[in-house]
Design a protein around this ligand. Sequence first.
Ligand code: FMN
Length: 204
Amino acid sequence: MQLLRIDTSTRIHDSHSRKVADEFQKQWKSINPAGKVVHRDLVKNPPPHLSDLTIQGFYTPEEAKTPELKDALKLSDEFIAELKASDTVVISLPMYNFGIPSSLKAYIDHISRVNQTFEITEQGVFKPLISTVRKIVFITATGAVFSNPQMQALDFMTPYLKTIFGFLGITNMQVLAIEGSSMDPAAFEKSKADVSRKILEWAD
Ligand SMILES: Cc1cc2nc3c(=O)[nH]c(=O)nc-3n(C[C@H](O)[C@H](O)[C@H](O)COP(=O)(O)O)c2cc1C
């Protein structure tokens, strides 16, 4: 069993999303004592934006890839291999400016790759190629409370995550939302308690 944990909050020490990811990992490890945890910290080791060469590599057939193109694909190859080798993926993230952190977007750009994680059939239909990941859990932290119906239209984070990971084939998803960290202390405390309870159900 392998858990892939990805952290993305720029705040290393006081981050709510990182703290909940610690709880999740601890619970997962107690259920899977022999399981392996692979940890990617996208703040301590930020993935670069895609380069011209990396994109050329994405669209060059294997037999035509030069050593330079192969080199430009190394990080993408590594990310995809470890993602496909994982049973469970947990991503902790803050909302920044109504969306996901840019480091996570850069990561997603490296793993969303034609003929590796999705394909386009002869009929021009998109087909996902990740079939090995059993479950993905998003631990989100927001300053405002997006479970309020009047706020939902401003959430460009959760719908995007569901769309892109579903597109790649990971459809068993759970969102553990810590809300109101800077705007609503009561909602914040309640969401933290809810999330801790859900971790006991979901971290298997
Ligand atoms: C640059 C920046 C942008 C933010 N943008 C939003 C936002 O659009 N909506 C929101 O609800 N909270 C926003 N916040 C608040 C964070 O989402 C909130 O503090 C969250 O708890 C951060 O996650 P962390 O505790 O894991 O670091 C923003 C915070 C920062 C630093």
